[in-house]
Design a protein around this ligand. Structure first.
Ligand SMILES: [Zn+2]
Length: 624
């Protein structure tokens, strides 16, 4: 047995070398996007041949998107036809792409959809593109941030969001879809939405009405480095794909990742993996130019060499090509190719994703992107655009307050004997709007600075820094603290529970800085996970910044975003006496743990408990 273990890594290494990039991936397709700037260069066949030759040695590519327009650059007919022919001859599927920017370099200057001349240009580009392609995709920029005099006049008394939502729905139909279908009746038009979904309404991305109009949608799952200017959390890359899948089930055609903010390089691999954990059928790599940029040695993280999921040195090993020769990879294309080879065999074990359903009404904002922070503490999330029926638990953040019927919907869910978790931000937004009919609390303007916590009857635990939270007041014996935050001898609810009919309402106190969730003690996070996500059949125990992905075929993935090795526990229910690592096929040793009881009542659930160690920025996948 010991001998086998020694040989296994070597065997895997041989397999990875043997599996050259000419072989297709089994569980997804790979597309490479080409901007108009690079498509224009394809007029030079020698350049195209060399670029493709180098790319396809490092990664298997099923499809390319050839962009016809960006920044008022329109690729000419002859060049387009030459490039299309080149890829088709090589068995590569070809689709079109449009980026509706006037000047990307000027704060992402978009078209003005109030200006007749610019509208004509938008239409002309769609018509031109539909002549060459049976499918084309709109990259990120089919929105407007124009506030010219025409737009100001046309907006009138409406808010910018209202004006632009209507404008861009109409522009989709009149300037893109109808003209394109007029010249090519079979054309499939796909809209790719970027990563900033909580703010879409402000610039006219209309998630309520556009997905039904387009043939397909596509998801920007790039989250880049969280220190970057958008500060997106890693889990966002997974949750956004799931959310968009729920907007147009079966027609969310893929996830899209660029190489920006990928330092250390593990961050790039994580973005690809998270997209695929969400079950994207296709991954688009942006773009052919970035794929040809050199791998920088300074993106090799300090934890490399310790057996992490992304292994920099294995990635850089020579690739065996179909003719038997070896190729020394040096470009980003290989980072993508290798990362996808790592994940492909895992995906076959995973069924359909499950999560705590979180209802986000159309065009809503509030506690922006909070679901993704909760995903980072091991609560699996599934954002949905309608209030879900029949769920054991529904999670609602402040954005749910945009639904004027939300209190009725909460009440109905509770009367059906189910549970709802609402955030302190949502309770505050609903104060005076009927939420007191369920439980009378006050989310006050007062703040508490805390670093001491107690979950249930457990011991006190501490964080290493102060966390600012809103102080919630409640009526003694009407509702109860599940988790408390303390400061000296004073304290406030962090997770609060109120019974209503046969259901339970939980109120989750959200720290002023959402990221403070990550550093809350494991005992606190474990209680959140048990109470909010305990119905999913598998849950986590341990610190924050470890995510759990649950599937409907008794499989799961745990991924750590920590820079250090971490030991966590996976908890299964009474039928969970087996947990097998799908990567090495080995069972994990577990033990049965009876939940403690208090006055004859069980506090939590009995569980099979499995200890699992994760390297930095690494994942493991299991069947049970
Ligand atoms: Zn304008």
């Amino acid at each position: 047995m010991q001998k086998l273990k020694i040989f296994l890594p070597a065997l895997l290494l041989m397999l990875s070398v043997a599996q050259g990039p000419a072989w297709a991936y089994e569980h997804f397709r790979v597309a490479v996007y080409c901007r108009a700037y690079e498509v224009e260069k394809m007029g030079d066949m020698e350049w195209l041949r060399e670029t493709w030759d180098e790319l396809s040695k490092q990664i298997h590519v099923d499809k390319v998107y050839l962009e016809t327009h960006r920044d008022l650059l329109v690729v000419d007919e002859k060049t387009l036809e030459g490039a299309i022919g080149f890829f088709r001859e090589r068995g590569v599927e070809v689709s079109g792409g449009i980026t509706y920017t006037i000047n990307e370099g000027n704060f992402f200057e978009t078209f003005c959809y109030s200006n007749p001349e610019q509208r004509a240009k938008v239409k002309e580009i769609a018509t031109y593109t539909a002549r060459f392609f049976n499918e084309f995709i709109l990259d990120d920029f089919f929105f407007t941030n124009c506030k010219c005099d025409l737009c100001i006049a046309a907006k009138g008394d409406r808010s910018w969001s209202e004006y632009r939502l209507g404008l861009m729905k109409e522009a989709a139909v009149e300037l893109v879809l109808e003209p394109a279908r007029a010249v090519n009746p079979g054309v499939q038009v796909v809209i790719k939405y970027p990563n900033w979904y909580e703010h879409f309404q402000g610039c006219g991305f209309n998630l309520e009405e556009q997905p039904a109009l387009f043939d397909g949608i596509y998801t920007g799952t790039e989250t880049r480095n969280r220190t970057g200017n958008q500060h997106l959390q890693q889990y966002h890359g997974y949750a956004i794909f799931r959310y968009f899948e729920n907007l147009k089930p079966g027609q969310n055609r893929g996830g899209w990742v660029d190489t920006g903010g990928s330092d250390p390089l593990d961050r790039y691999a994580e973005q690809l993996w998270l997209t695929l954990f969400a079950k994207a059928p296709e991954i688009t790599l942006f773009d052919i130019r970035q794929m040809a940029s050199p791998i920088r040695e300074n993106t090799r993280a300090v934890w490399q060499g310790t057996g992490t999921s992304f292994d920099f040195d294995t990635m850089k090993e020579p690739v065996r090509l179909e003719d038997g020769s070896l190729f020394e990879p040096a470009k980003y294309a290989r980072v993508a190719g290798y990362s996808l080879e790592v994940i492909d065999p895992v995906l076959g074990h995973l069924g359909n994703p499950l999560g705590v359903k979180s209802y986000k009404p159309w065009h809503s904002a509030g506690e922006d992107f909070l679901q993704n922070y909760l995903g980072m503490i091991g609560i699996p999330i599934e954002i949905v655009p309608e209030f879900p029926e029949g769920e054991d638990m529904v999670l609602l953040t402040e954005s749910a307050g945009h639904d004027p019927m939300i209190v009725d919907k909460i009440r109905k869910q509770l009367r059906a004997g189910k549970s709802v978790t609402i955030t302190s931000g949502l309770y505050r937004a609903l104060q005076g709007k009927g939420i007191e009919d369920i439980v009378e609390l006050r989310v006050t303007e007062r703040r508490a600075s805390v670093r001491e916590f107690r979950a249930g009857r457990g011991p006190t635990s501490w964080t290493d820094h102060e966390i600012l939270i809103p102080q919630i007041s409640y009526y003694t014996n009407d509702s109860w603290e599940v988790v408390s935050a303390l400061d000296d001898t004073n304290g406030w609810p962090l997770l609060h529970r109120a019974s209503y009919a046969s259901g339970e309402l939980y109120v989750l106190t959200v720290p002023d800085n959402f990221i403070d969730f990550y550093t809350m003690p494991p005992a606190v996070l474990n209680s959140f996970r048990q109470n909010i996500a305990g119905h999913l059949g598998v849950r986590l125990e341990g610190p924050g910044e470890v995510s759990l992905f649950v599937y409907d075929n008794r499989s799961c993935v745990v991924e750590s975003f920590l820079d250090r090795e971490v030991t966590i526990r996976i908890l299964l229910g009474e039928d969970g006496n087996r947990l097998v690592d799908v990567i090495d096929g080995n069972p994990v040793e577990g033990e049965f743990r009876e939940a403690p009881s208090f006055r004859g009542r069980k506090m939590g659930k009995d569980a099979y408990v499995y200890e699992v160690t994760l390297k930095p920025h690494s994942f493991k996948a299991f069947e049970y």
